[in-house]
Each structure stands twice: as structure tokens, then as C-alpha cells.
Design a protein around this ligand. Structure first.
Ligand code: AMP
Ligand code: MG
Length: 297
């Protein structure tokens, strides 16, 4: 009897394994290349759902599209409330209303101080610093109601995992070398997580040998000069991960480490201007030498 049950279970497992299919697709959305990889009985439909969800989020939350929520009169939505909360939590380092400034710098020339002052005084929504992470969160939510067993979504450097890796081992997410080339190290995450990086190499222009990147310090109205090349945040919630990666880049290593010590909902990896790597105690970083940021300093 026992043998028959065992055999039945093995057959059921083999059948189930046979049903788990993998679908991988590349999509261009939110100004970047996205790579969607999903395993499940109907992985093809799941990829389609995620793709539509991302395209929908792009349209809804675009700072440029006049049809987006952000251009309506007195826009109101739970995401906007959440964005303002994240602004408060990060003491203004994450500012979701910088559109006048981001579009000024987006012209790829150095603006005058007068132009910066004028743009700084305006409040217009720009969720560019958090929308990819938010889309990752929405995708993970959607996947939980579809027949999906594992997924890894690379939304232009914002990684969202779902479930465990098919072979049961942790997901390995590479930390990009800001100068290009091979990954510098790897963070290991288990289950559904967001791993989001903000870096000065992701979007920038150069003038007179100076690099002007896309992450602005709301206090100066200019690209943040905090001594960092990149920050990676590891967090259960994609939206928080994305907002914090931008905010920590603005804060720099010291303030960013202090911010981490006051919270327990994320881990981080910092790369400084001189190429030194710092990782918080629980970041799960391997494959490189780094300084550990401890809870007590
Ligand atoms: P990320 O790559 O997630 O760090 O986001 C950078 C994008 O967010 C920029 O392209 C801007 O659209 C916007 N942004 C720039 N600086 C900030 C800031 N301090 N707070 C919030 N969003 C910002
Ligand atoms: Mg961000």
C-alpha cells in the first residue's frame, strides 16, 4: 500500500513538473529594456499579463503624457499618498514632485542658476524614481493570483523576484560595475523580493568633461554629489525599494547608513566614488571584497 502511494506521489510530481513551462520575453517600456522570465503552467499568459500591466502603469504614471493621471486636476491616488509618505520618511531626499527640474536637466545641457531656482519652486509630479519598482510590486501581486511558480523580472535594472528559483536555491542578482563590464558582486535573495539600483551611469550627459547624471538633490536642484556611484536596495516591497534607492543615492554613505540603522525593512549596497563597496549586515552580498555596515557604529 505504502509503495503504491509513493509511486502515485512520484507520478503526480512528474506530471506537475511537466506542466511547469518557462516563458521569457523582452519588452521595451518606461524608456528601458525589460526582461520577463516566468515559470508556471500558463507562463505565456502570465508574461502577457505582466507586459500589459507594465504598459498600463507606464501610461497611467507618465510625467510626459498629457493623458496620464499626473496631468489631471488635483490628481488623487493611493500611490501619490504613498509617494508623499516616502518623501517624508526620507526627509525629502526622495521627492516625487521634481518634474520641472528633471525636465530642465533632461534637455542635456547645464541650466543657469536662475532656471534651476525657478524650476525648484514648482511642484509637478514625476514618479520616475519609483514607478519601475511600483510596477514590480504590481507584477508580483498579479503573479500570486496566476498559476506561476517562479519569476524573475528585470525592469531596467529594477529586479523583482517571485517565489524561489526553480532549482530551490536563492536568486543571485548581480551588482553592476558602474564603469561597465562584469558584475562586481552578487546579492542572494530568497522568495519574493525587489532588488533596485540607482546609479550615476544609468542616465547622464557630459559637458566640459563633467558627468551630469539623472538623480537630483532636491536641496540644490542639481545632480546629487554625495560621493556615490550607485546604491542597491533589497526590500520586500518594490515601490519602497525604488524610492529608497533614489533617496539613499542623494543622502550618500553616512546619512544612508544612519537611515538604514533606524529601520528594519531593507538592506543596501553602496559603491563610492573611489570604487569601495559597502554593504549592510543583512545584504547577502558575495563575490567581492566589501566593508560591512553594522547596526551599531
Ligand atoms: P532612479 O533611477 O530610480 O534613481 O530614479 C531616477 C529618476 O527619478 C530620474 O530620472 C527622475 O525622473 C526622478 N528623480 C530624480 N531625482 C529624484 C529625487 N531626488 N527624488 C525622486 N525622484 C527623482
Ligand atoms: Mg529609484
Amino acid at each position: 500500500m505504502k509503495r503504491a502511494i509513493c509511486l502515485l506521489m512520484i507520478c503526480a510530481m512528474l506530471l506537475l513538473a511537466g506542466c511547469v513551462r518557462q516563458t521569457r520575453e523582452t519588452v521595451f517600456a518606461m524608456d528601458t529594456v525589460m526582461d520577463l522570465q516566468i515559470w508556471g503552467a500558463d507562463s505565456k499568459a502570465a508574461v502577457q499579463t505582466v507586459k500589459e500591466l507594465i504598459q498600463d502603469a507606464e501610461k497611467t504614471w507618465s510625467a510626459h503624457d498629457p493623458d496620464s493621471i499626473l496631468h489631471g486636476e488635483n490628481p488623487s491616488h493611493a500611490l501619490l499618498d504613498r509617494a508623499l509618505e516616502l518623501q517624508e520618511q526620507t526627509h525629502g531626499a526622495f521627492d516625487p514632485q521634481l518634474y520641472a527640474l528633471t525636465s530642465l536637466w533632461g534637455k542635456n545641457r547645464v541650466p543657469t542658476q536662475e532656471e534651476i531656482n525657478t524650476a525648484q519652486a514648482e511642484k509637478q509630479w514625476d514618479l520616475g524614481g519609483a514607478v519601475k519598482g511600483y510596477a514590480g510590486y504590481l507584477a508580483a501581486e498579479a503573479l500570486s493570483s496566476l498559476q506561476v511558480s517562479h519569476a524573475i523580472l528585470n525592469l531596467g535594472g529594477n529586479i523583482q523576484t517571485y517565489g524561489n528559483k526553480p532549482d530551490g536555491t536563492p536568486w543571485s542578482i548581480g551588482i553592476q560595475n558602474p564603469d561597465g563590464g562584469d558584475y562586481l558582486g552578487v546579492v542572494s535573495v530568497v522568495g519574493t523580493m525587489a532588488v533596485v539600483t540607482s546609479g550615476d551611469y544609468q542616465r547622464y550627459f557630459e559637458a566640459d568633461g563633467v558627468r551630469y547624471h539623472h538623480i537630483l538633490d532636491p536641496q540644490t536642484g542639481a545632480p546629487a554629489q554625495s560621493g556615490l556611484r550607485s546604491v542597491t536596495v533589497i526590500c520586500r516591497d518594490g515601490l519602497t525599494a525604488d524610492a529608497f534607492s533614489t533617496a539613499l543615492f542623494v543622502m550618500g554613505l553616512e546619512k544612508g547608513s544612519q537611515f538604514w540603522r533606524q529601520r528594519d525593512d531593507f538592506e543596501a549596497v553602496f559603491i563610492t566614488d573611489d570604487g569601495t563597496i559597502y554593504a549592510t549586515q543583512g545584504a547577502g552580498l558575495s563575490g567581492c571584497e566589501y566593508e560591512v555596515i553594522a547596526r551599531e557604529n
